[in-house]
Design a protein around this ligand. Structure first.
Ligand code: B1M
Length: 231
């Protein structure tokens, strides 16, 4: 071991989170996984680790990608490190023992391969008691329709991270309308370039700024739907 090697477990919480930001930036998956385990041992909640250490680090990566300081290969490594950390947290977030409150089919739209945010939403929804069917990335309208037919979810969730792919959400919603099945589902959309106005304009039930908002919105709209059915 080199003299100057950093021992993660010897850092205090603040230093460790700062180091994890650096390690995420450098795409060091094993170090990120170790950092996550240390924070769990110190009593951090999985949610805090996810939002403060992992998403916090990814925000820095995003800014430098935008500014041309980082390029696709580096960002892929950072995403891989983030996924390592998320994989440890996923079962813990799902372990809340909450009763099944509803079912969601979710996928990233056609032409778009970004999946970190979608995966985060899936994890948080599972943690809140939803059953989640994840269709992955690059989904054409036919894939969504097929899943709605076979899975019969309460919610259809769509994610898009590119200004060029977000209009595809409208293609999916318009197709649901044409088939007369739009109102059978709650449609939630999310992704960094979207906003509430866009969500309204394409005919979604709600735009969700982040995973926590997605969970709250899903709970409230599913509750309302079940009340209507029961009434
Ligand atoms: Co991409 N990329 N990327 N990228 N990438 C962005 C999105 C970009 C903003 C970077 C930039 O320039 N600043 C930019 C888009 C610009 C634009 O459209 N205006 C961009 C670009 C241009 C590209 C390429 C075109 C680059 C190129 O090839 N020249 C290319 C496109 C590939 C494609 O999809 N066809 C590309 C590729 C990639 C990588 C493969 C390298 C990698 C993706 C790896 C992966 O996902 N497995 C990548 C990454 C990592 C990013 C950034 C850096 C980070 C995205 C991320 O994971 N954020 C991103 C910059 C940024 O967003 N700041 C960028 C963390 C995640 C937790 O947040 O995804 O926003 P987010 O999800 C949040 C909310 O948005 C919400 O909840 C989540 C959790 O809180 N949410 C939902 C998301 N989906 C939801 C669904 C819901 C509800 C809420 O449904 C109910």
């Amino acid at each position: 071991m080199a003299d100057d090697e950093i021992i993660l477990s010897e850092l205090d919480d603040e230093e460790l989170v700062a180091q994890m930001f650096d390690d995420l930036y450098d795409g060091l998956r094993e170090e990120i996984e170790e950092g996550v385990r240390i924070l769990l041992d110190r009593g951090w909640t999985p949610y805090d680790i996810l939002t403060k250490a992992l998403v916090g680090g990814m925000t820095i990566v995003g800014a430098d990608f935008r500014d041309g300081i980082l390029f696709v290969p580096e960002v892929l490594l950072a995403a891989n490190a983030m996924k390592g950390g998320m994989a440890i947290l996923k079962p813990l977030l799902a372990e809340t023992g909450a009763p099944r409150v509803g079912k969601m089919v979710i996928g990233t739209v056609k032409g778009d391969i970004h999946d970190i945010g979608k995966n985060l939403v899936s994890m948080m929804m599972e943690g809140a008691g939803f059953e989640v069917v994840d269709l992955g990335i690059n989904n054409a309208v036919e894939k969504y329709l097929e899943a709605l037919e076979t899975e019969k979810p309460d919610i259809l969730g769509m994610s898009a991270l590119l200004t060029t792919t977000m209009p595809y959400m409208k293609v999916v919603i318009d197709t649901l309308k044409e088939k007369g099945i739009r109102d059978d589902y709650i449609v939630l959309v999310g992704g960094a370039p979207l906003n509430e106005e866009f969500g309204r304009a394409i005919g979604a039930d709600a735009y969700c700024r982040d995973a926590a908002v997605a969970v709250e919105t899903a709970k409230s709209l599913v509750g309302r739907k079940h009340n209507q059915i029961g009434a």
